[in-house]
Design a protein around this ligand. Structure first.
Ligand SMILES: [Zn+2]
Length: 109
């Protein structure tokens, strides 16, 4: 097996998206609440039903943001639910190198 075989895209859609991505400037619109100068360099190709897509699009339009921003917000909210400590600050233990929750062990930034 050579290197070309190892890095082949998994399917035609992924290959097509990668090709399109080469021509797109990876920036986020400033009117979506993104930080100034923040760039979106990663892509996530997701499959969904027509019904879910229409619903997400309607919700994003109602909020006045792009569908991409809507999906980013939803994913970031869920990531925070899964990854971030929700315990009150009195559970924090301070160390010289940072602070850590005594309940769940998560390190705070
Ligand atoms: Zn915690």
């Amino acid at each position: 097996m050579n290197d070309e075989e190892i890095f082949q895209p998994q399917d035609n859609i992924e290959a097509a998206m990668a090709k399109v991505a080469e021509t797109i400037k990876p920036t986020r619109k400033t009117n979506t609440g993104a930080e100034d100068g923040s760039t979106a360099t990663k892509q996530v190709l997701i499959r969904t039903t027509d019904e879910d897509h229409a619903r997400w699009k309607e919700a994003s339009e109602k909020e006045g943001i792009s569908l991409s921003e809507f999906i980013r917000n939803a994913a970031n909210g869920q990531a925070s639910e899964v990854l971030d400590c929700k315990h009150p600050p009195e559970n924090l233990k301070w160390y010289p190198w940072g602070k850590r929750c005594t309940k769940c062990g998560l390190r705070w930034k």
